[in-house]
Design a protein around this ligand. Structure first.
Ligand code: SF4
Ligand code: MG
Length: 319
């Protein structure tokens, strides 16, 4: 399988009054067509920014984003509006992301209006088809967002994202604002749609238990940098980076019987504004040594598909 998306040394910096914020700092990965990459980290780790830069909703500072082999950081506006149909986003809070003055029908059809070239019949057919796909009763077609509960609002957001038949969707915390019972329904729906269409997802979340089942691979980020990437099962079975270990220790996982000691992280958060060299996790890492505060660790492959960014990964894991 070939990579539908490949990100190479991607950086996104923001100038702020207190300095340069390194929101995404040298991130590289590939996603195979039809798979889901979970991107996990605490709020402020740059995962949402990463999603927006990949979709070209924000300009990158440096690096490449290849979509089917073509660098989309270099394409002109016309080509980008063409590509935009293939690449969509589902937002965290469906209430904030839906226009309160637009009905379900108007919301779902709007991307077709913007793209242009569709007849009224084609639009009607597509809107009803998608309402069926996402499990929205057709009688809700003229409802407004405030008349819908959170789960139904997110179904509208999903239908809207699907309306132009995209190949790739960035899902930014799509279930975080929903009740736990609704979360599972929406996750199942997203998986069913993926199976039926071969869609590729980037699934951004702070909640590891959410990405475990939906992701083929998981990328863990900390303050703008990658710390670990592995197949989902491998990551949950044996996280190798101290930060991932701490994150996972806080997740209750059913069917895991061995005693798990919760690792509490102490220490100050390093500032992502004008950061100095060294591992950004060093101020909180229980294994940090002098070198960690001075030199950037570099990505290292442990086995075929497991990437870790830590000076002492071998020592810590007795590899
Ligand atoms: Fe901890 Fe050092 Fe590894 Fe960073 S490089 S995770 S500080 S041991
Ligand atoms: Mg976010």
């Amino acid at each position: 399988m070939s990579n539908i998306i490949e990100v190479q040394h991607l950086k996104k910096y923001f100038n702020t009054s207190s300095g340069t914020l390194h929101a995404v700092d040298d991130v590289s990965f590939g996603i195979e067509e039809g798979e889901t990459l979970g991107v996990v980290g605490e709020s402020g780790c740059g995962k949402s920014t990463l999603g927006r830069v990949i979709l070209h909703l924000l300009d990158s500072t440096d690096g490449k984003i290849l979509y089917r082999g073509e660098d989309i950081t270099q394409v002109d506006r016309e080509k980008m509006s063409e590509l935009r149909k293939s690449m969509q986003i589902i937002f965290q809070d469906p209430f904030a992301s839906l226009n309160p003055r637009m009905t379900v029908y108007q919301t779902i059809r709007e991307p077709m209006d913007i793209a242009g070239g569709f007849s009224k019949e084609e639009i009607d057919k597509r809107v009803y088809e998608l309402m069926d796909t996402v499990g929205l009763a057709r009688r809700l077609v003229n409802a407004y967002p405030h008349e819908l509960d959170g789960g139904r609002r997110q179904r509208v957001g999903i239908a809207r994202a699907l309306v132009l038949n995209p190949k790739f969707i960035v899902c930014d915390e799509p279930v975080s604002a929903l009740d736990v019972s609704i979360q599972a329904q929406i996750l199942n729906l997203m998986q069913d749609i993926q199976e039926a269409t071969g869609l590729t997802y980037i699934f951004i979340t702070h909640d590891l238990s959410v990405v475990k089942y939906i992701s083929n691979n998981i990328l863990v980020m900390y303050l703008g940098q990658m710390v670990e990437k592995a197949e989902s099962d491998a990551l949950f079975a044996a996280p190798l980076h101290p930060y991932t270990k701490a994150l996972l220790s806080a997740v209750p996982i059913p069917n895991v019987h061995h005693e798990k000691q919760r690792i509490a992280l102490k220490g100050e958060l390093t500032s992502p504004i004008d950061p100095h060299d060294g591992c950004r996790f060093a101020s909180r890492c229980p294994y940090a040594k002098e070198k960690c505060f001075k030199e950037n660790p570099v990505p290292e492959m442990i086995g075929e598909n497991h990437m870790v960014v830590c000076h002492y990964v071998h020592e810590i894991n007795h590899l």
